[in-house]
Design a protein around this ligand. Structure first.
Ligand code: F3S
Length: 420
């Protein structure tokens, strides 16, 4: 890969250990993907932000960087933490574990990162815009940035995102190139009645799309232009979960797909798939490991909820009481939580017995001191990972029914939302 004199000097260690190390990682990455040169980036989102994700070696690496005086060269936000910094004791997190996460936070603060602690930084953290080159970690955020904003990023692994932030450049390959951003497979959702779909329905649709395209770039027709940001956020997270989708186009909705022709450019359509209610029912059913039962943990907010979504949950819980022995946990960013506190939504949810948690995510929180058996969630991503990561059963259904589980004695799994 071609390097400028400046880049070569950084690689040779003239600017210190941190830049030398970061450059060596990025140069290896560029060589691996046959990149011609490095390009400047405007923004970084670090996914290597949880102690539970990067463990002791990752923590030592970041502490060493901070000690050596490393500084991020572009605006850099942080993805989730392994703890809610304000209520980790209430969540029964061991003190020794919380201490490690705080050390990691301290190292990133020293390096100049913004402590957003969210997997949805595009909502209240990162001001990214169309066609900017960025370097993001976290699969759902990557798919959102590429597809819905039209910014450009490859899928960065933990700590490679840190290297990108320190150098302010990345090798130019993959989704930074126009020719690699065009659609390859066409999916038509025109057989589905899409007018009244919930965010959970969009998650199911995304899950189906991801599972059927794997690494190809999908173009989806038949989604109404009025689909909300939160619905598209659910779609994006689910598509990046069941497949390695880093970029999708929705005709008439996403910025690089005003028309189907524009979405494909010079690419031929490799395959066409029609999506009907039957396919979606199957995709949704796959996400539950049990069809019935009494969930003792309700998880909402994967990806992190916006203020609007928190307000919807507050409306559903207003004046109701959550049963004893059931936990309702809503996950969000600290910015959204602060705004939801100001307008009373957090108080409403807490009055019902629920918890509004910021900064973190149940897949990274240490839950060993709880004895949960079954989770109910409205998130396809959470439902997908819960059995393997947390090791408990899961019921995937819409928000209303998740909350009904917490209020009522017992309820059957959701009905069939995919009526024509
Ligand atoms: Fe965010 Fe955790 Fe879901 S990082 S996208 S809440 S799995």
């Amino acid at each position: 890969m071609y390097l400028t004199d400046e880049e070569q000097r950084a690689l040779d260690g003239e600017y210190g250990y941190a830049l030398e190390m970061a450059m060596s990682v990025l140069v290896k990455l560029g060589d691996m993907y046959s990149a011609d040169n490095m390009i400047e980036i405007d923004n970084v989102h670090v996914d290597a932000s949880t102690y539970g994700g990067i463990h002791e070696a990752g923590l030592e690496f970041c502490k060493r960087l901070a000690k050596e005086g490393a500084r991020f060269r572009v605006p850099t936000t942080l993805c989730i933490s392994a703890i809610d910094f304000s209520s980790w004791r209430e969540l029964r997190v061991p003190i020794s574990f919380a201490k490690k996460q705080r050390e990691l936070a301290k190292a990133y603060a020293k390096m100049g990162a913004t402590p957003t602690w969210t997997c949805a930084p595009y909502q209240y953290g990162s001001g990214i815009r169309f066609s900017q080159n960025i370097a993001w970690g976290e699969s759902s955020a990557i798919a959102f940035a590429n597809s819905l904003v039209g910014a450009r990023t490859n899928r960065y692994a933990d700590l490679v995102d840190v290297c990108a932030g320190l150098v302010g450049k990345v090798p130019r390959f993959g989704l930074y190139l126009d020719e690699n951003r065009r659609g390859q497979i066409l999916l038509s959702a025109e057989k589905i009645e899409t007018r009244h779909l919930t965010s959970t329905d969009y998650a199911t649709l995304g899950y189906y799309v991801g599972a059927n395209v794997f690494q190809r770039i999908p173009v989806i027709e038949g989604i109404p232009p009025g689909a909300s940001i939160d619905q598209l956020k659910s779609f994006s997270a689910a598509a990046a979960t069941s497949g390695s989708v880093a970029l999708f186009h929705i005709v008439g909705v996403t910025p690089e797909a005003k028309t189907t022709n524009e979405a494909f450019g010079k690419n031929a359509i490799e395959e066409k798939i029609r999506i009907g209610s039957e396919e979606l029912q199957k995709a949704g059913a796959q996400l539950s490991t049990v069809q019935d039962g009494k969930p003792d943990l309700i998880v909402l907010g994967c990806p992190h909820h916006s203020v609007e979504q928190i307000s919807e949950v507050a409306a559903l819980l207003k004046g109701r009481k959550i049963r004893k022995n059931v936990e309702v946990w809503l996950f969000t960013s600290r910015v959204s939580k602060m705004l939801a506190e100001k307008n009373g939504h957090v108080k409403t949810i807490e009055a019902a017995g629920g918890k509004v948690l910021s900064d973190t995510c149940p897949l990274h929180l240490p839950l060993g001191r709880w004895n949960f058996q079954i989770m109910a969630t409205d998130s396809a991503k959470m439902a997908h990972y819960t059995p393997s990561i947390i090791g408990i059963d899961v019921i995937f259904t819409n928000t209303q029914e998740c909350l009904d589980y917490a209020i009522e004695r017992k309820r059957q799994v959701a009905g069939q939302p995919w009526k024509k």
